[in-house]
Each structure stands twice: as C-alpha cells, then as structure tokens.
Design a protein around this ligand. Sequence first.
Ligand SMILES: [Zn+2]
Length: 77
Amino acid sequence: MKNPVRMCIYCKKRKFQKELIRLQCIDKELRYFTGIGRSFYLCHDCSSLKEKKLLKSLSRECKKEIKTIDLESLLNG
Ligand SMILES: [Zn+2]
C-alpha cells in the first residue's frame, strides 16, 4: 500500500495523508474537502491552534480572507 505524503500548509511538516485534514474553501468558509475543487492539508496539531497567523495562511490558500476558524465544529460535527 502506498502512503502518500502531503505537507501541512501551516507548519510545512510533511506527514502521511491520513494524518492530515483535507480542507477546502467554499464561499469564504472552511469545509472538509468535498471531492471537487482545490484542497489543502492541515495537520492535527495546527488545526487546534487559534492563531492569527494560521488564519493568514488559510486565507492565502483560499485566496480570500478567512475571518474565523471553526475547525472544532468541522471536526466534531
Ligand atoms: Zn501543521
């Protein structure tokens, strides 16, 4: 079995894909990857951060300003 390695957009650490959260932006909101469109990866360590720098990184990926990060509800909901 292949274990694809992907990079977390925030800490830039390379991890196995299964250890990362695959996200995308839809209408300025973070969502789990739906299978369509551009996506990016965030590791579990970074997903629990509430830093402004993280929002900046996410905004850069989304090409739109992300003002809030609510990954907890994404992950739990
Ligand atoms: Zn990370």
